[in-house]
Design a protein around this ligand. Sequence first.
Ligand code: 13P
Length: 287
Amino acid sequence: MLVSAKEMLTKAKAGKYAVGQFNINNLEWTKAILLTAQELNSPVILGVSEGAGKYMCGYKTVVGMVNGMIDELGITVPVALHLDHGSYEGAKACIEAGFSSVMFDGSHYPIEENIAKTKELVEYCDKLGLSLEAEVGAIGGEEDGVVGNGEVADPNECKMIADLGVTMLAAGIGNIHGKYPENWAGLSFDTLAEIQKLTGTMPLVLHGGTGIPAEMIQKAISLGVSKINVNTECQLAFAAATREYVEAGKDQQGKGFDPRKLLAPGFEAIKATVKEKMELFGSINKA
Ligand code: 13P
């Protein structure tokens, strides 16, 4: 059964570790992440962007697939199915389809509008026992064709949004989606410390988990980050393993063209990436 992310993140914040959000794209992705979480006895959050939701034939299809897998694979660790960077309408659609958690990303609106829309969704999610993530300060990089510039959030605005009663808060601290450029300035820990001071026990979310050095991840966790999003790294690992298989000509040997064989190395590569992240985030045996 899907659960809200509230309890797992409250425990993570108190225990000074982070739960990984791994974005899903298809059946192989979902299965790899769920099996790894179960093997490592770790809570997990499955992230679905609006684009990935569309790709997987809509939110109802995603809910059906994930619920079916939890049941058929005997997954007993806590799993939250979460909309990533949702619009207001997208959040409502996911809630209706059966997601257990949503993100409303109002970071591109003026703060008053972000507050008004987030507030409405807090009430909606509270009634249904679902978790809600809000965002202040746009995360840079490209996601689903939307390019942000990588802002550093205003800690006072973070407090205003946190006080609305959201479950978790994503704040821009110089992080970006996708690969980090050579000249990346790194995370703004002063900002993170300030946000944590003002928002207290609120679990903070670090987006753009791909390519952030391990020491920075650990420092971010020590400063209140309890949810870390990873997407691109699984995609890169999947692509590299698939490339290796094809370049070695394995798809042309025997029944190597069978999709169940062709996609197996990529599937294993996702599992290995998720395992590595769960070790780094400290969520193993925290189910
Ligand atoms: P990366 O693709 O950089 O890992 O970021 C993932 C993310 O933040 C999803 O919201």
